[in-house]
Ligand binder design. Structure first.
Ligand code: PLP
Length: 431
């Protein structure tokens, strides 16, 4: 292990690594029992270290602290007991100068894509509660599941490693690719760098077995090996994860109160993939005094599925409200989950070139595309409105679209150096 790596490890966990040989940097082949014992000791040391250090631990980052909900959410049940600081919060809000908006419509951006780098996007907010719960329950490893380029799985893998937990990812891919090395494109590179255990399944297996059974199969296997797994469902979307966007709404409210003009937003627009983000946002805007209308654009399944799913999350928090009364869900699936038309990718490119904001192709790219189509088709609905679009991150997913995008991105040429430019060896130092 390099001196930097071992120093970092000491700062974070106050114990030398028990898995990596200091001499060789290679994973040791200790017995399973010893690994389990060491893992338990590490988790214990880490937890008591974090608790002992209180607010000084890592200057707040990665700190686990008791959770205090907003007053307007204090009747929800269950309320998480703890939260771990994982995101770089609050994320900024700024005006987004999109072209071709209806008359007097303003669009602003909530930059949840800037909630961190490895841990970026909306998932980090859910993980702040889910990881705190995992640690409270004494877990020594995390299991989660998603598509082959799942942002949620990547964020979970990073968060787990920050907290000294192992991470097991079940990733869904095509049946043609399920038996081979999944490669290192986009989110996979980060997951594999942080040492997540990747298990592949085909889309057909996923469709027949379902994510709950698949994660349970892996959980049983790990329990038999003496591990203490904590399962996070697809997208981190359960009642505990919903608190992430209840808190985000409190954050937006506070930003409005201290921001220019102190005026709020009429509408909030966001992508919907597994439903947890819109559950938190719509419940919190309904409960708080903040009365914006929440519009979701679903990028997989159909709106009816999501109304039912969100209803389940709301009921799980004893919210006593109907999902259909607090959120409007429209279909933005297009060709299918994680599949893009050339027009959608052209749109991502045009928005980037016009505004500098890079949308991911799977979630916010599709949601923003569908929002602008809706604005063009129904301008009266949006005229004069102040809209907050929540950019939920997912930049790494764009790397999976490189082949499709290559032909649309021009602007390069060999620099022209004619004979009149003097050339002499040794003049230009590289650095
Ligand atoms: C980048 C990104 N944006 C949006 C979403 C959708 O959020 P949710 O799963 O909470 O509906 C996801 C995950 O599904 C995501 O990875």
């Amino acid at each position: 292990m390099s001196s930097l790596a071992s120093r970092h490890h000491c700062q974070m966990f106050c114990t030398p690594s028990v898995y990596i040989s200091p001499a060789t940097g290679v994973l040791s082949t200790r017995s399973l029992v010893q690994r389990q014992r060491n893992s338990k000791i590490q988790t214990k040391i880490f937890c008591s270290f974090m608790e002992e250090q209180g607010s000084n631990a890592n200057f707040g980052f990665l700190e686990k602290k008791p959770y205090d909900p907003p007053s307007w959410a204090s009747h929800l049940d269950p309320i998480p007991s703890h939260v771990i600081s994982l995101g770089h919060l609050p994320t900024p809000i700024h005006k987004w100068n999109l072209p071709n908006l209806p008359k007097n419509t303003e669009v602003w951006l909530k930059r949840d894509d800037l909630s961190g780098m490895q841990l970026s996007g909306n998932k980090v907010r859910k993980l702040e509660f889910l990881m705190a719960d995992a640690i409270q329950q004494g877990a020594d490893c995390i299991i989660t599941i998603g598509g082959i380029q799942s942002n949620h799985c990547r964020a979970t893998a990073v968060a787990a490693k920050y907290l000294n937990l192992d991470c097991y990812l079940i990733l869904r891919t095509s049946k043609l690719l399920v038996d081979g090395d999944p490669g290192l494109v986009g989110n996979l590179l980060v997951e594999r760098l942080v040492g997540a255990h990747v298990e592949l399944i085909s889309k057909e297996e996923y469709a027949k077995i379902g994510s709950v059974v698949l994660t349970n199969v892996l959980k049983e296997r790990l329990l038999k090996e003496g591990r203490r797994p904590y399962v996070i469902p697809v997208g981190g979307s359960n009642s505990t994860g919903t608190w992430g966007y209840i808190e985000a709404t409190r954050e937006i409210e506070q930003q409005i109160q201290t921001g220019p003009g102190k005026t709020g937003f009429d509408d909030i627009v966001v992508a919907c993939g597994s439903g947890g983000t819109i559950a938190g946002l719509s419940l919190a805007t309904w409960l708080s005094k903040y009365t914006a209308k929440v519009h979701a654009f679903s990028v997989c399944d159909d709106p009816d599925y999501f109304y039912d799913f969100v209803q389940g999350l709301l009921d799980g928090l004893k919210a006593s409200v109907s999902a259909r009364d607090i959120v409007s869900i429209q279909n933005a699936k297009g060709l299918g989950y994680a599949m893009n038309t050339i027009e959608e990718l052209e749109f991502v490119k045009e928005v980037a070139a016009a505004t500098g904001v890079i949308l991911d192709p799977v979630y916010s790219g599709k949601a923003a595309y569908a929002m602008l189509q809706d604005m063009a088709a129904n301008p009266v609905k949006w005229e004069g409105r102040k809209v907050l679009f929540v950019h939920t991150g997912g930049l790494l997913g764009l790397y999976d679209k490189v082949d499709q995008m290559t032909s649309m991105l021009g602007s390069w040429q060999r620099m022209d150096l004619d004979e009149s430019v003097p050339k002499k060896d040794g003049i230009g130092k590289m650095f």
